[in-house]
Design a protein around this ligand. Structure first.
Ligand code: HSE
Length: 431
């Protein structure tokens, strides 16, 4: 058995306490798997006096000193950018490996973190940063390294998936469902990062970077949250055999001249109820991957929570310990492709548009003309009548998102259109 691998744990909340527990309770098993004892050398928490359950001799409030002490690996479960960024860079510069679940930090600073890891020959692992327990980043980075990934599309935020699933099941509105989710503990006291799509956008940046060997930051990801989704949108989706999901979509877009770019986007979209992602309910996560040789792959499981996320952290910790035992390091970050980021307006998407219109001759022709003016092709039209109004549902073929937005704005101005009931992108079916 090799010398112990000494671990500094930064943060001991829901996930950190599970990591500490498993490291202690499964010490022998983990040592046998890693080839060296994996020892907890210190735990940094803001208020040591608030943690009577932890071994008191390991606790400190001085995270910086712990990082710079005689430890081999830093496990970071605090979150946020500063001061964590500085601590992790110091650790990496000194050749200490880092395991982190910090998606916001990775989505903003992965270039400098991975460069620091490379120059010092240290490991940077972050499986827990996306989709909790689901082994997803290692498959993208390692198992699929020989393939050409074309698309990664997933449900990577459990809070919003819980809310949208509940709205679909009960027919309730957004505000009351969010309130219920908060009451039941499925939504945080401040759910902004989840419902406005920031959490999913950070995860999309990480996924796109790995899938397309290109640096993608959160600022490159087009982001829309679920705050504007109403019962009418859910109802409109249901009427067409679809359901609404907040999707993180990372796509390799090939233009007419064969030039490639990366589109990374997060928005609520309608998908067919028969799609693999449609059946993913409650707080679960699932990610669907398309690659040239592998074809379609699906990853499913618990995307959050103490024990599930700790599973991913410990998997990384064992990998890092194994690398240390053999004196090497794991695979490096690869950003060699450096593909340009495709702006959302130029990204091909499809829209579902549901309208209340006057029921009289020529209305459909007027509406159809607007689509033609913006060079948007209609895939399907459905009309339902009641008294003097009619509801018109239009699904388009793929067109540049900016053309679709312009079409919707133009249609809303038509005198014959009484109300635009629902506008939503459509994903998961052929264009
Ligand atoms: N807040 C996230 C979610 C979990 O609701 O899925 C952590 O990434």
């Amino acid at each position: 058995m090799a010398d112990p691998v000494k671990v500094a744990l930064l943060g001991c909340g829901t996930v950190g306490s599970e990591v500490a527990r498993l490291l202690t309770e499964q010490a022998d098993e983990l040592a046998a798997r890693a080839g060296a004892p994996v020892e907890l050398a210190g735990i940094a928490v803001r208020r040591p006096d608030k943690h009577p359950e932890l071994p008191q001799h390991l606790l400190t409030s001085d995270a910086e000193s712990l990082v710079l002490s005689d430890v081999d690996v830093v496990v970071e479960l605090i979150g946020g950018i500063e001061p964590v960024r500085g601590w992790l860079l110091s650790a990496l510069h000194k050749g200490k490996s880092v395991v982190t679940a910090n998606k916001a930090l990775l989505a903003e600073c992965s270039a400098e973190l991975s460069e620091a890891a490379d120059s010092a020959g240290a490991d940077l692992y972050f499986e827990a940063a996306v989709a909790g327990a689901i082994p997803l980043l290692r498959p993208l980075r390692e198992s699929l390294a020989g393939d050409r990934i074309t698309k990664v599309m997933g449900i990577v935020n459990g809070t919003t998936n819980y809310i949208l699933s509940a709205m679909d099941t009960t027919g309730s509105g957004y505000a009351e469902t969010l309130e219920e989710a908060s009451r039941l503990g499925y939504a945080e006291a401040d759910p902004t990062a989840d419902i406005d799509g920031y959490d999913a956008a950070s995860k999309a940046a990480i996924l796109a970077s790995l899938a397309f060997h290109t640096r993608v930051t959160a600022a490159d990801v087009h982001r829309e949250g679920i705050g504007a989704i109403g019962a009418a949108d859910i109802e409109a989706a249901k009427a067409l055999g679809r359901t609404v999901k907040l999707l993180a979509i990372c796509e390799r877009v090939v233009d007419g001249e064969g030039g490639e770019s990366v589109s990374a986007r997060v928005y609520p979209a309608m998908i067919p109820r028969t799609h693999q992602l449609a059946g993913v309910g409650g707080a679960f996560n699932a990610v669907y991957v398309e690659a040239d040789a592998a074809g379609e792959l699906m990853f499913f499981g618990q995307g959050a929570g103490g024990a599930p996320t700790a599973s991913a952290v410990l998997g990384d910790l064992v990998a890092v310990a194994r690398n240390r035992v053999v004196g090497g390091r794991g695979p490096r970050e690869s950003a060699h492709a450096a593909l340009p980021i495709r702006p959302m307006g130029m990204t091909p998407t499809r829209y579902h548009i549901s309208l209340d219109v006057a029921d009289k001759p020529g209305v459909l022709a007027q509406v159809a003309l607007v689509f033609a003016e913006h060079d948007v092709s209609i895939a399907a039209v459905r009309q339902r009548d009641s008294d003097s109004t009619a509801s018109l549902v239009i699904v388009t073929h793929a067109a540049a998102d900016s053309a679709l937005q312009a079409t919707v704005n133009h249609i809303a101005e038509l005198d014959v259109v009484r109300e635009v009931i629902s506008v939503m992108r459509v994903e998961g079916e052929d264009s």
